[in-house]
Structures are given as structure tokens and as C-alpha cells.
Design a protein around this ligand. Structure first.
Ligand code: AHG
Ligand code: MN
Ligand code: MN
Length: 340
């Protein structure tokens, strides 16, 4: 996996190679992915400076709430909005940070792609210098250019043409899939380039880690409590129980589990009967990555990728990671762990 000095590849050239797999491609998709890598670099730069805001002073800008320093998730949202859709590749932009999607008017070059993103995931961790991320999904427009609407915005994860995430951690990493495996790139800050560091990532079939906010255990449905208890104490036929790891940044938890094996869970709670995470900008893009890497994602009943959203901000319970473990959880939720 490690690249020797004579074997370096930038993300731009990797994306260009993708284009050659689709003869006749217009280059719009390539341009769009490249725009996202630019947004990632800009957000990454700002995230690394986050801890300096208090000592170096404010930027002087005021936002609509009159706050002097812009919240980083608003900033990241603005960066995505500015970097994407400027060159006529995009018809709709949807964001966790915006109540309504933005439709690009035909007169301004409405394009062929729909992009939905979570500009800054895990943002409550930012002040503690803990990893945060960005998640994005790209779908193709289904309708005629002049009739773009909800049928284009609300598509299942199964129809994603590409998805990915950026993790701003000990390094900044860009992980994406356009349906030909999952590839990871690490930012070399000196040259400002993402270099291929993890080619064709495959996630372990089962893992030794479960990631969940156990503080909510008292608010989970009994079958979820039973699942987590069984993961901890040991599934029948398994050598001991699993270890726990929970950062509270979905991207970071997911990324670690993708590389080492493990399962992330965000079950329903009493006050959030559909859990907390969003289908379009969090669960579906990561489910696409998980499946491309040999893993699996479920809402507890079936594949996340098969769910058609009814709303841009629709929430969904999420069980995602190593394939065999998530399939077991799915079964256990509908039957009983004891019988499996
Ligand atoms: P966001 O910062 O985009 O709102 O997402 C936060 C999400 C996710 O990243 C994380 O795994 C989860 O919220 C943590 O929630 P709890 O604090 O409820 O565990
Ligand atoms: Mn999020
Ligand atoms: Mn967010």
C-alpha cells in the first residue's frame, strides 16, 4: 500500500484515469471531483488553524447572527458552495447546513449532477483538536435540464455515481469511490497535493471494535440494548467480546473501522426514533463507500443504499462497517441475538 518515491500519484491524475474508463465523457464529472478536492484543501487549512482563532484574533467579518468569527461549519458550507457548481456541472446542491436545497437556474448553467454534503461532520469536537470530516455524495440528474426537481434531489444511495469523505485528523485524507473500489489520498501540506496512499481499500469482513454512544443505552429499544450487550460480552462462536472506540465524529469513527475492521452504530433513541444521522449527506455516501470496500450498512432492517429519501434532511438509524458484523446486527434486531 505504501507508495515508493517513484510511484507517486496525485488525486487529479487518479480522477483523470477514471475518465478514460468512460469514453466520450465530457469531463464535467472530473471537474466536479477536482472542485471537491479544492474545497477539501481550503477547509483543511482552516480546520488546522481553528485553535489559533482565540489568540490571533477574529477575522473581522460578521455573520447574520452578528457573530464576529464565523462558525467553522458555516465556513465549510460556504467553501463548498463557492467551489462547486461554478462551471456548470451541478444542478442541485444540498447541505446539512442549509434548510433548503439550492437549484442552479438553467440560465446560470444548470448541470448534470446533484451534490449533497455535510460540510463539517463532528463539529462539536473542533475546539478539542479532535478529528472532524466532510462527507459528500454525487448523483446524476434524472430529469430534463429544464425540469429539475425533487425526483433528482431525493435519490437512493444505490444510484450514487460517487461518494467520499475527507478526514481532518493527524493528516488530511481524501477517500472516495466512483464505483471502482475505494481509494484514499493523504494531503502533503508542503506541496498542497493529495497523494495516493491507500489504493483499493478493502475493509475486514469482521472486526473487533464497536463504536456507539453508550450514554444513550437507557433510551434505546430493548433489542438494541441486547445487540450491544452481546457485542460486548461476546457473540456465540466468537473469541471474546469486542472493544469500544467512539470519537463522536462519524467520519473519523467510520474511517478507523474501515481500515481496521469494526462497526459504527447510531440506533434510534426515545427522543430520536429515527436516530440522529441524515440519510442523504451522511448515511448514504458512507454506505456506498462501505459496500465498495466490501462492508455493509443497514438501518436495522435492510440496506441503507435501498432507502429512497422523502426529505433532504431525513434521518435514519445507522449500523455500518464490517460486513459480517453488520449483517449479524441486522438479523439480531429482527430476531433475537440469543437464537443466532
Ligand atoms: P454533525 O457535526 O455534522 O452535526 O454530526 C455529528 C454527528 C456525528 O459526526 C457523530 O458521530 C454524532 O453526531 C455524535 O452524536 P452524539 O453526540 O449523539 O453521540
Ligand atoms: Mn455530520
Ligand atoms: Mn455537519
Amino acid at each position: 500500500m505504501t507508495q515508493g518515491p517513484g510511484n507517486l500519484q496525485t488525486i487529479e491524475s487518479h480522477i483523470l484515469e477514471l475518465q478514460s474508463l468512460h469514453p466520450g465523457a465530457s469531463g464535467d464529472f472530473t471537474g466536479l471531483l477536482n472542485d471537491i478536492t479544492l474545497a477539501a484543501r481550503i477547509i483543511g487549512r482552516e480546520v488546522t488553524k481553528a485553535g489559533l482563532v482565540d489568540i490571533l484574533g477574529a477575522t473581522g467579518e460578521k455573520n447574520v447572527q452578528g457573530e464576529v468569527v464565523q462558525k467553522l461549519d458555516d465556513y465549510a458550507n460556504g467553501v463548498f458552495m463557492n467551489c462547486l457548481g461554478r462551471r456548470g456541472q451541478v444542478c442541485i446542491l444540498g447541505s446539512e447546513e442549509m434548510a433548503d436545497p439550492v437549484y442552479v437556474p438553467v440560465s446560470q448553467g444548470s448541470g448534470r449532477y446533484v451534490v449533497i454534503f455535510d460540510p463539517l461532520d463532528g463539529s462539536s469536537n473542533i475546539d478539542a483538536n479532535v478529528s472532524v470530516g466532510t462527507i459528500f455524495g454525487i448523483w446524476k440528474r434524472r430529469s430534463e435540464r429544464t425540469h429539475v426537481g425533487e425526483q433528482d434531489l431525493l435519490q437512493p444511495g444505490r444510484d450514487l455515481v460517487a461518494a467520499g469523505y475527507i478526514v481532518y485528523g493527524s493528516s488530511t485524507m481524501f477517500v472516495y469511490s466512483a464505483g471502482h473500489g475505494v481509494h484514499g489520498f493523504t494531503l502533503d501540506p508542503g506541496i498542497g497535493e493529495f497523494l495516493l496512499s491507500h489504493e483499493d481499500i478493502k475493509t475486514p469482513f469482521n472486526g473487533h471494535v464497536y463504536s456507539v454512544n453508550e450514554g444513550y443505552a437507557g433510551h434505546w429499544p430493548p433489542e438494541v440494548r441486547q445487540v450491544v450487550e452481546t457485542l460486548k460480552t461476546g457473540r456465540p462462536g466468537r473469541d471474546g467480546g469486542m472493544s469500544g472506540r467512539y470519537i463522536g465524529s462519524l467520519v473519523a469513527d467510520f474511517h478507523r473501522n474501515l481500515l481496521y475492521g469494526g462497526t459504527y452504530l447510531y440506533p434510534p433513541t426515545g427522543s430520536m426514533p429515527r436516530g440522529k444521522l441524515r440519510l442523504t449527506c451522511e448515511a448514504a455516501p458512507l454506505a456506498f463507500i462501505a459496500e465498495q470496500a466490501g462492508g455493509y450498512a443497514s438501518d436495522g432492517q435492510g440496506p441503507i443504499l435501498d432507502i429512497t429519501p422523502t426529505d433532504l434532511h431525513m434521518r435514519v438509524p445507522l449500523y455500518i462497517g464490517s460486513r459480517e458484523d453488520v449483517l449479524w446486527i441486522e438479523k439480531c434486531l429482527s430476531e433475537s441475538c440469543g437464537k443466532l
